[in-house]
Design a protein around this ligand. Structure first.
Ligand SMILES: [Zn+2]
Ligand SMILES: [Zn+2]
Length: 396
């Protein structure tokens, strides 16, 4: 009995006293989706100290470093000399702004530019690369990758708050591997520092620390997609868990944008075979007209003679741009007339871009797409949900 009371007290204390402290820097795994076995590092600006295992390497700031994997070590060379073999190499910037470039040579990938520090470790016959980067430098890089270089600053502000919310929500996603987030689509796409539009950095700094919270003061799952086609999707139609702030809303802002509409033609005979795989009974001939399907607003399923197929599954199986489509029979073909691009849940990027261009502010944009949310500084949110076991309390 005493033990139970102690557990409850500790849990309650944790839930009340802890707020989210904003980390100054994050550890991001770079080129995470590729197995890098050699690369070139070029300092761009700033001065660097290079730590290789326990020794410090003195190099001129403009020296280019070549790293390649050799079993469980890293071979390190400059243009004219061999530096040595090490397990771990860290390049640490000592100026206020330090910029460097990384160009993987095996496999041959495009060069990217980063700020902060970077460490290289020989791991499982590949080079693990970790960027130790300031939070908002990372956010700006993600906003540029996810939002493109040509949008309005209010769009960038809303995208920065979304990416920051995702970052805090997922900050422990790769803890067991020794870093916070990876740079691939598994986490958030990050292709290095933002360089293409100064408004991206301005938008990130002017919203620094802000995140989106639900009514219980927790970071939301800040889902977004390219274009909703005029109506966003309920999260429960796409994922197992539905969220009260990710509910379907009408969106008139995106319907004239680039990804508002799509079309695809599929053979009616192929569609017949597909439905039969789901157990549908389809006549041997003259079946095309029976496949007609009209989706005025978003539906959850396609129904054919009592066989129901989730639209999200049809989208996946046929590689469609969205699950928001109608089917128009045309002789032996079926014309799929679709709206939008992506899963449709949460913020519609093209609609948000249109709202920004029409004079709406980031708060209007975020509150249009996410229902009953607040935009708050991260350090005012709770880390832990109260974890009081009510049954346990009753038994006391
Ligand atoms: Zn990841
Ligand atoms: Zn939309």
């Amino acid at each position: 009995m005493i033990k139970k009371s102690i557990i409850i007290t500790i849990t309650v204390l944790l839930s009340i006293s802890c707020v989210f402290a904003q980390p100054e820097k994050l550890n991001i795994a770079l080129f995470f989706e590729s197995s890098i076995s050699s690369l070139v590092i070029t300092p761009d600006s700033g001065s660097y100290v290079i730590f290789a295992d326990s020794s410090i390497i003195k190099l001129n700031n403009r020296d280019i470093l070549y790293l390649s994997i050799d079993k469980d070590s890293l071979n390190v060379k400059t243009l004219d000399k061999v530096v040595g073999k090490f397990k771990h190499v860290k390049i640490s910037g000592i100026d206020k702004i330090n910029i460097f470039k990384i160009k993987p040579s095996d496999p041959d990938l495009a060069q990217r530019t980063y700020t902060g520090d970077v460490s290289f470790t020989a791991k499982y016959s590949k080079i693990e690369i970790i960027n130790h980067v300031k939070l908002d430098d990372y956010i700006a890089g993600v906003v540029e990758t996810e939002g493109g270089p040509k949008a309005h600053i209010e769009f960038y502000r809303s995208q920065a708050i979304i990416c920051r919310t995702y970052t805090f929500e997922n900050i422990e996603k790769h803890t067991f591997e020794g870093f916070n987030l990876c740079d691939g689509v598994h986490c958030q796409a990050y292709k290095g520092r933002s360089t293409k539009n100064p408004q991206i950095i301005e938008a990130t700094i002017s919203t620094s620390g802000l995140v989106i919270s639900d009514t219980s003061k927790k970071c939301i799952t800040a889902a977004f997609h390219s274009n909703c086609g005029g109506r966003t999707e309920n999260s429960g139609n796409v994922w197992l868990n539905s969220k009260p702030y990710l509910v379907s809303i009408d969106d008139t802002f995106c319907t004239n944008r680039r990804s508002a509409k799509w079309e695809k033609t599929i053979l009616a005979s192929e569609w017949k075979q597909y439905l039969e795989r789901y157990g549908a009974k389809v006549p041997e001939s003259n079946y095309s007209a029976s496949f007609a399907f009209n989706q005025h607003s978003r539906a959850k399923e396609y129904t054919y003679n009592n066989v129901k197929i989730l639209l999200k599954d049809i989208r996946y199986d046929w590689k469609l741009r969205s699950s928001f489509f109608s089917i128009v029979p045309q002789g032996d073909n079926l014309l799929f007339k679709g709206r939008g691009y992506g899963h449709g849940v949460g913020l519609c990027q093209e609609g948000a871009m249109q709202m920004a261009e029409s004079g709406f502010k980031y708060k209007d944009i975020i509150k249009h797409y996410y229902t009953n949310v607040e935009i708050l500084p991260i350090d005012s949110l709770k880390v832990f949900e109260p974890k009081i076991d009510l049954d346990l309390l009753k038994s006391e």
